[in-house]
Design a protein around this ligand. Structure first.
Ligand SMILES: C[S@@+](CC[C@H](N)C(=O)[O-])C[C@H]1O[C@@H](n2cnc3c(N)ncnc32)[C@H](O)[C@@H]1O
Ligand code: SF4
Length: 469
């Protein structure tokens, strides 16, 4: 029973990321390093740079200009965005995240048209919004197109603090209404999608409210809570940074948050937690210097591919409002532009290739401003490369899957016919017989034996490498 509970708290986003991305990233990285070009796995798109709020911690505040007005001068038109969305589908891009320093719903027609194009190609879609501009019609359209994930930013469990942090009176009640409507229409349309995540930026005014955010998520019918430490962009942001004493209190607060999340089946992701769930004060303190942590992580490995601190240039593309196309949100040097080019021309072009070459040697200085969640992403990809480049592990996986398949078939057979297990065993298909042969075959046993010795002998290493091709 407890197992079912645990599984239930896995949202579609986490399933997609864990089951598919990990393999996909590992697979594509290995192909790249063998000289085979691969399309991006994920595109982040900033459709424009308009926003209706003015949050205290947001990087928009670091700009001296009115970004909404500036946006109107530089935006790509709707046709261009639709063309990029279509090309993504044709190339094999797996996922789009509509993001950037803007509120996507400031241009609802553009947003919903792009989303519908992406879903027509079965691309996994994520979107982050402040939740204040959604109409009932837009919510229904989003559910009907089967959009996968909506993250709604709420920085406090009450109107007073949230409205203060986002500098917008009434913002809290509008965002809450949006979540409630999404939930109501999901039920009405019998749809699990989109999954709803509450995004929470941890700062000194709200860090103690983290457990209450779980209760709010539960009350509103959200599936997940995503909390990450604030990145400091401005002096106002600096005033919100947690001090040492406050950081010391965090592990207890996080523990309570996780316990509540477990109790209520809310998936709580807190990015200052290691995958092994240990609190990492290092990440909170270094929210403006993630580069060091990425390099340190990579250096723990011996194998070339695993020693690359960041894989973004090989799987990720961010397209900004003005058409600039970069491998990272922090990159500002010699950008590529998609305004007059196709997606393939940009991704496989000279500028991106040069960046990939640079990243295989060293991590540039601008990575100092990287976001904490990238550390977790890189660790996940590295785990994928280790697992899916391991022939023994894959053999074992095939065998386990075969066993699971066989057991399920036996159960199905018994449920249908009321017969015994033996009757069912005789119904093994040719394909299954093939799989049994794998385990008892000479090449399998041979590579298994050799690979057990692989770290000890030079010949073992060579044979293992050949057999894994
Ligand atoms: C920049 S906003 C854009 C989308 C939308 N306007 C919104 O607020 O959700 C994307 C996410 O970044 C978060 N964010 C804003 N300022 C941040 C900061 N200084 N550090 C970390 N995350 C931040 C927001 O709370 C939001 O969840
Ligand atoms: S709503 Fe989003 S983009 Fe707008 S100011 Fe707030 S965090 Fe920044």
């Amino acid at each position: 029973m407890s197992k079912i509970k645990e599984e239930y708290s896995i949202t579609n986003v986490l399933l997609f990321k864990n089951l598919l991305w990990m393999k996909e990233y590992a697979f594509r990285m290995q192909n790249w390093l063998r000289g085979k070009k691969m399309p991006p796995v994920r595109i982040d798109a900033e459709l424009h740079r308009r926003c209706n709020l003015n949050c205290i911690m947001c990087s928009r505040r670091a700009s001296s200009k009115d970004l909404t007005e500036e946006s109107k001068k530089i935006e790509l038109d709707k046709e261009k965005w639709i063309q990029i969305a279509k090309e993504s589908g044709e190339l094999g891009v797996r996922s789009w995240n509509i993001a950037g320093i803007s509120e996507p719903m400031c241009k609802p027609d553009l947003l919903l048209s792009v989303m519908e194009t992406l879903k027509a190609y079965d691309i996994f879609g994520e979107l982050t919004t402040n939740g204040t501009l959604w109409t009932e019609e837009a919510i229904k359209r989003t559910i009907r197109m089967n959009w996968d994930s909506i993250c709604i930013s709420i920085d406090a469990p009450n109107a007073e603090l949230h409205d203060f942090l986002v500098d917008g009176k009434g913002a809290f009640s509008k965002a809450i209404r949006t979540i409630k409507l999404f939930n109501e229409y999901r039920k009405k349309f019998l749809s699990k999608n989109p999954s709803i995540t509450i995004n929470f930026v941890i700062n000194k005014l709200n860090y103690e409210k983290l457990p209450e955010m779980v209760l709010l998520a539960k009350e509103l019918g959200a599936e997940a809570l995503f909390a990450e430490p604030m990145v400091v962009y401005t002096e106002e942001g600096e005033k919100l940074r947690l001090n040492k004493e406050e950081i010391k209190k965090l592990p207890t607060i996080i523990k309570k948050t996780r316990e509540l999340a477990k109790q209520y089946n809310i998936l709580a992701t807190i990015t200052c937690l290691d995958p092994d769930k240990k609190f990492q004060g290092e990440l909170i303190q270094k929210t403006s210097d993630i580069r060091e942590v990425l390099i340190k992580d990579a250096k723990k490995n011996k194998k070339g591919i695993l020693r690359i601190p960041c894989y973004y240039p090989w799987f990720y593309l961010m397209i900004r409002a003005d058409g600039s196309a970069v491998h990272c949100g922090e990159y500002t040097e010699g950008e590529e532009s998609i305004s007059n080019k196709t997606l393939s021309e940009v991704w496989y072009g000279e500028k991106f290739n040069r960046i990939r070459e640079q990243f295989s040697k060293n991590l540039p200085a601008y990575c100092k401003m990287c976001r904490p969640n990238v550390i977790g992403d890189m660790r996940m990809i590295r785990r994928g490369i280790k697992l899916y480049g391991n022939i023994d592990y894959l053999h074992q996986k095939i065998y386990d899957l075969f066993l699971e398949n066989k057991e399920l078939k036996e159960q199905l057979f018994m449920a249908k016919n009321g017969g015994g297990v033996e009757d069912c065993k005789n119904k093994m298909c040719d394909h299954e017989r093939e799989l049994v042969k794998i385990k008892s075959s000479f090449p399998y046993k041979f590579t298994k034996k050799i690979s057990d010795q692989a770290l000890k002998t030079k010949l073992g290493k060579v044979i293992k490498r050949v057999s894994s091709r």
